[in-house]
Design a binder for this molecule. Structure first.
Ligand code: FES
Length: 691
């Protein structure tokens, strides 16, 4: 079947000889020989180089633009020249006079090969000058969207050949585009006659086909040439919903936006939302309605920003953690609240968007990535696709830190995944002065090891707190609390300065050295900011961070044990939290195992990037579906060694594991055990349970 939309020119199907022109396509690097006269579009398609087309080679859509590089490309043995392509013909000139062509661009459907060429395929051909936002991701995603726009000119009705309008439309879609066995979305059937006549028998059909084995569907129909279609890639997080509006034809991100998840009003963390469902008869419906309304609102926002009609959205890809996945799809998440954490469905899902109450084009489809396990969701699958540990020889650790950390570890041989109940401490909850990242929140902290005096930076102010003019600059936002990234830093700095022991006990004897060590009954705290409010790090705060990081590290250790490895080569932090924490401090605290610091990278919303990849290239859907079926799932709650790893990981950075690479760049304190500490990080003496 031909689904490439190239014009019907079979010149290149004739026998190719070694004397035929050699054509190299960039950036793919694919090359081949083609007889003189072959349209460049056909040459590209025959090599599997993606070049968009809507009009089927009529030189009216402008989607097939390319440019020819000139020069001697000795490495490829090609001398490429504009003389080696045909001059512009009347159709291309007509297009140029009406729509314009950027300098050096040609329509590949109307450009014939006359000699050796190096051809550039631009990655983002913009037809209608839209508002374009900075790309959310720099990666180039090869396009093979599930939706394709196909323009056809249907024969007029003929009394002697009583074939229906739809049937004649199907005939042309097969003849010009190769679509066989087409189905049609039922809502279009009553509209067909009006659309065909309005377009004077020229119509554009949107064809959706996800799997090669599935029957293609006509999902939308417009009179005349419809030259743009959009998609949505969305990550539904517990706290934030993030969305990209993308051109399905050019691959360009037109707008990106986010909003807080309105389900927060039913419970801050995931488990409290499951409890809400269990305790309120209408709880599931209310939460499903809230998250769908938020998605619809966000679609309105990105469409407004990108000046796009929401009814031009034809395809959507969603990722979410398992509980959000269930609630969004209207599934009761109660089973996910208790062992064995059974998902109602783990495989990828396909819906009509209107079945999920999403208000876009009536024929739009919605694809949800598969979940990996009961607590490792479609979001982790998206991040796994984006970072692709399974394509690497090196051992990659991928961590998404949230209230429930999702952990994926592996390489091209084997990949394992688990989740760990870190709780909300890393997000600033359960911390006495903790708050979400917002203007006024402390985001960076340093402590002078001699004087134990802190300096800090707050969100919204450029200066450090010890710089001149800080007080004036911070006057408008205030200094209101500590956000997650700073909690990691302040506890790590307290440890590096000896204010807390390896076991996390705030050392009261330091009060003799600094008035910032404050006594609170039987424990001590550290004063970060003596203002309104007073910001301290208490013993309980340190414990909360220890518990969270120990849960994360224990989960990672279980996975490392499963793979029989004692170190990882590279670490990726996914999610907003990972973008703000300093890898050095994360390692000082022992959130993550020892690793070359240069190999620890924040990758932002990798889950959203995975959704974007699946939106623009349906091949990625198959890739992650197959990969998820191969990933070995480890349930941390059922692993007996989890507790042992957890206890060791309560220490800073760890009671038993060495951090030699970290020690090359940071001087870690000598171990000191304080009088009130039993060494288990609990702050109490305990009996030795292991000898
Ligand atoms: Fe439409 Fe070339 S394919 S202009």
């Amino acid at each position: 079947m031909r689904t490439d939309g190239s014009a019907g020119n079979d010149a290149h199907m004739t026998e190719v000889t070694g004397k035929d022109p050699l054509v190299l396509f960039m950036p793919s690097g694919k090359r081949g020989r083609f007889p003189v006269g072959t349209p460049v579009l056909d040459a590209a398609r025959s090599l599997g180089v993606y070049v968009e087309s809507v009009c089927g080679g009529r030189a009216t859509c402008g989607r097939c633009q390319i440019s020819v590089q000139e020069g001697n490309f000795a490495k490829h043995k090609i001398v490429s020249s504009l003389d080696n392509i045909s001059a512009k013909g009347p159709k291309e000139e007509r297009y140029e006079s009406i729509r314009g062509l950027p300098e050096g661009r040609r329509l590949s459907c109307s450009t014939q090969i006359l000699g050796d060429l190096v051809v550039d395929v631009p990655q983002d051909t913009v037809i209608n000058a839209q508002v374009v936002r900075k790309a959310a991701t720099d990666r180039v995603i090869e396009r093979n969207a599930a939706v394709q726009l196909c323009y056809v000119e249907v024969d007029d009705p003929d009394m002697h050949k009583p074939l229906g309008d739809l049937d004649r439309l199907k005939v042309m879609l097969e003849r010009d585009w190769g679509w066989k066995d087409l189905l049609i979305a039922p809502h279009l059937i009553p509209q067909i006659q009006g659309i065909l006549r309005k377009g004077n028998w020229g119509v554009t059909a949107a064809i959706h086909r996800d799997m090669d084995s599935s029957r293609p569907f006509i999902v939308a129909l417009w009179p005349g040439l419809k030259n743009e279609a959009y998609g949505i890639a969305c990550d539904i997080g517990s706290t934030t919903i993030a969305m990209h509006l993308v051109s399905l034809l050019s691959g360009r991100i037109v707008a990106s936006s986010g909003t807080s998840n309105p389900q927060i009003r039913f419970g801050e963390d995931l488990m409290s939302r499951v409890s809400y469902v269990m305790m309120n008869p209408d709880g599931r419906e209310a939460m499903t309605k809230a998250v769908r309304e938020a998605a619809n609102m966000l679609i309105g926002k990105v469409c407004e920003e990108g000046q796009v009609d929401r009814h031009d959205i034809l395809d959507m890809v969603f990722v979410a953690n398992p509980i959000m996945h269930h609630l969004f799809l209207g599934i009761d998440p109660t089973e996910l609240g208790q062992a064995p954490f059974a998902l109602a469905v783990s495989g990828a899902l396909q819906y009509w968007a209107h079945e999920i109450d999403i208000d876009v084009n009536r024929g739009a489809r919605l694809y949800m990535l598969p979940c990996i396990a009961g607590h490792v969701g479609a979001d982790a699958a998206g991040a796994t696709l984006a970072e692709a540990p399974y394509k690497q020889d090196r051992m990659m650790l991928l961590v998404d830190v949230g209230t429930n950390a999702e952990i994926v570890l592996g390489n091209s041989d084997r990949v394992v995944a688990a989740s760990s109940p870190t709780g909300p401490a890393f997000e600033g909850a359960e911390i006495s002065s903790g708050q979400r990242a917002a203007p006024g929140a402390i985001e960076r902290v340093r402590i002078d090891p001699e004087t134990l005096e802190p300096k800090f930076r707050v969100i919204g102010v450029d200066k450090w707190s010890d710089e001149d003019g800080f007080a004036e600059a911070a006057a408008s936002v205030g200094v209101t609390g500590i956000c997650g990234s700073a909690i990691i830093e302040v506890v790590a700095e307290m440890y590096l300065c000896g204010i807390i022991s390896q076991d996390g006990v705030v050392d009261g004897s330091m009060a003799a050295r600094s008035p910032r060590i404050l006594e609170n009954g039987r424990t001590f705290s550290y004063l970060v900011h003596d203002g309104q409010p007073r910001i301290t790090v208490t013993q309980n705060d340190v414990r909360a961070i220890q518990l969270a990081k120990a849960a994360l590290y224990a989960g990672i250790k279980l996975l490392m044990e499963k793979l029989g490895i004692d170190h990882v080569d590279t670490i990726r932090f996914a999610g907003a939290f990972g973008s703000f924490i300093d890898p050095k401090y994360a390692m000082v605290l022992g959130l993550i195992p020892d690793c070359d610091l240069a190999e620890v990278k924040a990758v932002g919303n990798a889950a959203g990037t995975g959704a974007l990849m699946c939106l623009l290239n349906r091949g990625h859907r198959r890739e992650i579906e197959q990969m998820v079926s191969k990933i070995e799932k480890i349930e941390t709650a059922l692993e007996s060694k989890f507790q042992e790893h957890f206890v060791y990981a309560m220490a800073l950075p760890n009671k038993v594991d060495a951090f030699p690479k970290l020690a090359q760049v940071v001087t870690l304190p000598e171990r000191k055990v304080l009088a009130d500490d039993g060494g288990d990080g609990s702050g109490r003496r305990r009996r030795r349970s292991r000898d």
